[in-house]
Design a protein around this ligand. Structure first.
Ligand SMILES: [Zn+2]
Ligand SMILES: [Zn+2]
Length: 338
């Protein structure tokens, strides 16, 4: 537990996944109560770590009256149900995320089937489908599906003591992702929207909307106007270089577009062919797709399609179907310039 600024405590919680070491939950001190932002996975280790860090502040848990979740990925939302019931707190998150609780965490069969068809249409060979379809199932045990008491739409103000946070919808990483902004204190809780060194995953899937990368870059651009002196992210460390980081992430996505266009060259390819033709995990010197774990393999395909669809939206690419498989190519006009 670290007091990052007067009245706000960062409580990192352990995650049972290899790539990310922890999720940051944040506790905001009010007059007689506390606001908790994000919750961690529903594991014994995360829960015990949270209790221990609360105890360091002399808090049992019942003092937490509000819980706000930036988006319903298991690392941010998993413990929300348990904490809400245990502490009697109200739970708030965005209405678009609320729509996913049932299909993603309760009756997920339909979604898995849909994802399978979708992967197939994007060129994934049949013998690879089962592995990719089931890649997220191990995550389910880390979530207690719970509906919010307060559904957010954006523009609301969440108050706690001296703090007034504006709810800012920031779709992209998740359709109903929100950031919380404190304009007087110039603090931004950025969830997974802006992380200091990791580029947040933005992928297309049956629940992502048609152009999540376009949404993501638009959201980033909108936030850039804010006056922010301290960013409190969902992973890694708090940081201050807000605008520089937004520029860095934007640059990264342009670089990935260039890479994909180079892999496509003047031909027609499926998203799967392109995904396996470029490198992944640039933070660790880059590896080929076949070397990734199942979860990363799936994320890589979803990310490639997000890039392809973003470039299709701007007219840089076009898409056509052949035997129910989607192919991307550069429009003829662009080819003439070569
Ligand atoms: Zn996330
Ligand atoms: Zn996360």
């Amino acid at each position: 537990m670290i007091e990052v600024t007067p009245g706000i405590y960062r409580m990192p919680l352990p995650l049972p996944v290899p790539n990310l070491s922890h999720i940051n939950t944040y506790l905001v001190k009010g007059d007689n109560s506390y606001l908790l932002i994000d919750t961690g996975w529903n594991t014994k280790e995360a829960f015990n770590s949270l209790k221990k860090q609360l105890a360091e502040l002399g808090i049992e848990g019942k003092e937490i009256s509000q819980i706000v979740v930036t988006h319903v990925h298991p690392d941010h939302y998993g413990l929300a149900g348990k904490l809400k019931n245990l502490y009697g707190a109200t739970l708030a998150f965005h209405h678009l995320e609320k729509d996913f609780i049932e299909t993603r965490y309760v009756h997920m069969e339909e979604l898995i089937k849909e994802l399978g068809q979708w992967l197939q249409r994007n060129g994934v060979p049949p013998d690879r489908l089962a592995e990719l379809q089931k890649a997220s199932l191990p995550m389910l045990k880390f979530v207690t599906p719970t509906m919010p008491d307060t559904t957010l739409y954006g523009g609301e103000t969440i108050t706690c003591g001296d703090f007034s946070f504006e709810v800012m919808p920031t779709p992209g990483h998740a359709p109903g992702h929100i950031c919380l902004y404190e304009p007087d204190k110039k603090i931004l809780f950025s969830g997974d929207h802006i992380l200091p060194t990791i580029t947040p995953h933005v992928g297309i899937h049956p629940q992502s909307g048609s152009n999540p990368l376009g949404d993501y870059l638009d959201s980033l651009n909108r936030l850039k106007q804010l006056d922010v002196e301290l960013v409190l992210p969902g992973h890694e460390q708090p940081f201050t270089e807000f605008k520089e980081r937004i520029e860095g992430i934007t640059h990264h996505h342009h670089f990935r577009n260039t890479e994909i266009l180079a892999a496509l060259d003047s031909g027609s390819k499926t998203a799967f062919e392109l995904t396996t033709g470029i490198t992944w995990l640039h933070d660790v010197n880059g590896v080929g797709w076949y070397k990734l774990g199942s979860w990363d393999k799936r994320m890589a395909i979803l990310e490639t399609v997000a890039h392809l669809e973003a470039m299709r939206a701007t007219g840089e690419l076009e898409k056509f179907n052949r035997d129910d498989i989607r192919y991307y190519r550069q429009p003829k006009k662009a080819k003439k310039n070569e």
